[in-house]
Design a protein around this ligand. Structure first.
Ligand SMILES: NC(=O)c1ccc[n+]([C@@H]2O[C@H](COP(=O)([O-])OP(=O)(O)OC[C@H]3O[C@@H](n4cnc5c(N)ncnc54)[C@H](O)[C@@H]3O)[C@@H](O)[C@H]2O)c1
Length: 327
């Protein structure tokens, strides 16, 4: 299949491009390089600089492919802003890039007759979890502008899908980390406030230490339990999702996680088997639930997808990529 990967110069989009190419598909990456880099683009993918908020940028690529006789069959959307605290400070920038960006991109897809979209969503759409195991049918009540924009995008895709015969695959990720086995691509951004990036920053001396917020939760070791998924597993789910909607002319919304949880302390201890991690306990942060893991039966049943990497492999690849980047 021919796939347009929008945001393919970023972390998850670049890993998905690698998996698409490994599976024999053809990829065009469109990205405005606001947080991504051309270094992340697979050498066999074609790169086009463009911004999804400008319809002509997308239409231009889609029309050129169609005129050459092999139209784009699936579009994948990774082109979002995703830093939660920043979204609280600058909600309008998040609505503009994430919601208006997607609206413009959908208009281009409809205009050019592209019938399939794969969309990166997030567990942040659930907000405060009602149960420790998050199911796709659970209520969605985001607690920050980032989560709100992603939920607005999900709803927009479903409405546009119904009106214009567009198949969609919406994937809600839990905590994503790790790097491609080649170590050519990975995550080295320091603004992310997730546990594994923070562990890496403490290990590499980018921050003095890691703070573990709360050791008195109702969990075996008192620290919060979360779900971690390797970026390569996640990327492979996108390939399966795209093939599924294209071949079956249907739509799907599914969680992507590991389906099992690790406490913050367990993750830190697993990391300390591989490298030094200075850390200290700090008081609880408001709004952190004790336990949050994904139910992944739907992705398993429909896409036949099961994560292959364990926590050790997530931590090891993430660390090795970052060390190599630092030099
Ligand atoms: N990283 C995570 O932990 C995580 C978790 C859940 C969901 N997600 C979702 O996954 C997607 C990708 O996240 P990521 O971690 O790879 O982020 P990233 O910042 O590494 O990648 C985003 C890419 O999109 C590009 N981009 C942004 N706005 C654009 C625009 N207007 N036009 C064209 N290109 C644009 C950026 O330059 C970048 O290359 C996002 O939609 C995010 O909401 C990420």
């Amino acid at each position: 299949m021919k796939v347009l990967v929008v945001g393919g110069a970023g972390y998850i989009g670049s890993h998905t491009t690698y998996e698409l190419i490994r599976a024999g598909h053809e990829v065009i990456v469109l990205d405005n390089l606001s947080t991504g880099s051309t270094e992340n683009v697979h050498p066999q993918a074609r790169f086009v600089w463009g911004d999804i908020r400008r319809k002509s940028d997308i239409v231009h690529v889609l029309n050129a492919e169609a005129q050459a006789g092999a139209p784009v069959e699936v579009a994948m959307h990774f082109a979002a802003k995703l830093i939660v605290p920043e979204s609280v400070e600058q909600p309008l920038a998040y609505y503009e890039n994430n919601v208006e960006g997607l609206r413009t991109m959908l208009e281009a897809l409809v205009e050019c007759g592209v019938k399939n979209i794969v969309f990166s969503s997030t567990a942040a759409v659930y907000g405060e979890p009602i149960t420790p195991e998050c199911d796709e049918g659970d209520a969605t009540e985001p607690i920050n502008p980032y989560g709100e924009t992603k939920l607005a995008c999900e709803k927009m895709i479903a409405w546009v899908g119904a009106a214009h015969d567009l198949n969609y695959c919406i994937l809600r990720y839990f905590n994503v980390a790790g790097a491609d086995a080649s170590l050519k691509i990975g995550l080295d951004k320091d603004q992310l406030t997730h546990l594994i990036p923070l562990i890496m920053q403490a290990a590499l001396g980018i921050r003095e230490k890691l703070f573990i917020f709360g050791d008195d939760y109702d969990t075996p070791d008192g620290t919060c339990i979360r779900d971690y998924v390797h970026v390569t597993d996640l990327a492979q789910a996108h390939v399966l999702g795209a093939e599924y909607i294209l071949n079956n002319k249907t739509s799907l919304l599914a969680n992507l996680g590991s389906g099992s949880g690790f406490s913050v302390r367990e993750v830190v201890d697993a990391a300390r088997k591989l490298f030094e991690v200075p850390f200290e306990y700090a008081p609880r942060r408001p709004g952190d639930p004790a336990k949050l893991i994904a139910r992944i039966e739907r992705a398993d049943k429909i896409l036949k997808w099961k994560p292959q990497h364990n926590l050790q492999s997530i931590l090891k690849s993430d660390y090795e990529f970052r060390k190599r980047r630092i030099g």
